[in-house]
Design a protein around this ligand. Sequence first.
Ligand SMILES: *Cc1c(COP(=O)(O)O)cnc(C)c1O
Length: 374
Amino acid sequence: MNVRLFKPSVGTEELEMIQQAFERSWIGLGPNVNKFEEEWAKFINAKLAIGVNSATAALHLALMLFDFPPGKKVLVPSLTFASTATSILYNQLVPVFIDSDPENLGIDLDDMKNKYDEDVVAVIPVHYAGHPVPMDELMPWAKEKGIKVIEDCAHTAGGEYKGKALGTWGDVGCFSFEEKKCMTTGDGGMMVTNEPELFKDVKAMRWVGIDKDNWKTAQKYTDANIDAMHWYYELNVLGYKYNMNDLAASIGLAQLKKLPSFNKRRAEIIRKYLDGISAMPNIDPLLSYEPEKYDYWLFGVRAENRNDLIMHLKSNGIATGCHFTPLSVQPIFQQYESNCEFIEKEADKFITLPLHPDLTDEEVDYVINKLKQY
Ligand SMILES: *Cc1c(COP(=O)(O)O)cnc(C)c1O
């Protein structure tokens, strides 16, 4: 048996949406991006959503919105993907790495409070694996300190904490539709906010400074009106080539309909894994999963002699991973304040196991059996 670690679940529904875009012959930034943004905002219950080509782009632009003076500090967990922290460097800001909560691996709130100083302007909590950071505690603290909160929601799509969607607690929420994530558009991302005024320049920032709906303008190309200056645009802000396109949005519109069932299936599989490993004394779940309560993207375990177990699974056709090597040990970040003792050691025990919506019960049982065998 060969068991994949991640797999995008795509099918005829996505192909049909792409076909419609082909028939319209409009596959760049256009009506499907608008539609996907509207539906995403509704789904997440946010006032405004804007589509970009990755969560990395979303994080870069999110930090740009506040015009922080260069050299100011941003608090960021050490246990996250590169982009969470590179977005800080893109903005000429300084990352301050925070250790992880030992149980749930989100940003450790005590370490976060300890490392705060007057130069800190923002914090980027990551809902690691989909497990929510206690935003009801983080938000009042951030407000009191007057710092901005950007939620990195790359591991969650539709997950809630205390009845409120993740991504809508902070000033900005950033989602990822990269092919391995909760749902996919190939590559893609979404920025959401409940303060539309904050996003007034985002459409220009994501498309080289141009805030214009070319799809609407194109409808008027044939108007014989001398005032129809359809080519004109004004550049007022520095923008990047970060827009989502209609092909990606086509896939996204179809995926969004399936997302609740994806989340449900992941929860079922996690429950199966948890039951399966509960009697294994040397293998613990990565964190205290509550699959009946929260939506997860990642399942993993902690084990001593991790590398032996990885080799054992590999020799049985089971793909594994490690999410992540803590950023505070990466060469590019050595010059910044780190001291994340717990996670730098603990991450050596992490193994990510196969989890995706198309994973069958037989495959999950097979993985559990191989763990038991080990
Ligand atoms: C995947 C990921 C990102 C980046 O997402 P892209 O859409 O690939 O840019 C950012 N943060 C975290 C925590 C991630 O896992």
